[in-house]
Design a binder for this molecule. Sequence first.
Ligand code: SF4
Ligand code: SF4
Length: 107
Amino acid sequence: MTVNLCQACGACCAHFRVSFYWGEADDAPGGIVPAQLTEAISPHLRCMKGTASKPARCVALEGEVGKRASCSIYPQRPSTCREFDVLEADGSANSRCAELRTQLLKF
Ligand code: SF4
Ligand code: SF4
């Protein structure tokens, strides 16, 4: 995530199901995501607790969405979160981020 804008947002952490390969959790060799903050959704996938159903809110999200938000496990967040940013890898705007901010936060 792009830190400055994201610190006033947090919308994606309170909207999407945040799923990832189970081996990213720290009860697997080399995993870093705290396993106690995850739940299984299939034999090979887990998600962050709080994001499997609506209304979603990741258990690791701190603060108030749209005002001041932060990830309490930022260095240990899953790849799904690392890959979702204000910008795409090629520098273009991430349309899903923009749509979410427009719909939920009006900015
Ligand atoms: S929706 Fe976009 S701006 Fe908001 S926290 Fe997620 S990546 Fe950052
Ligand atoms: S792990 Fe952190 S960055 Fe990922 S959804 Fe949860 S609060 Fe957001």
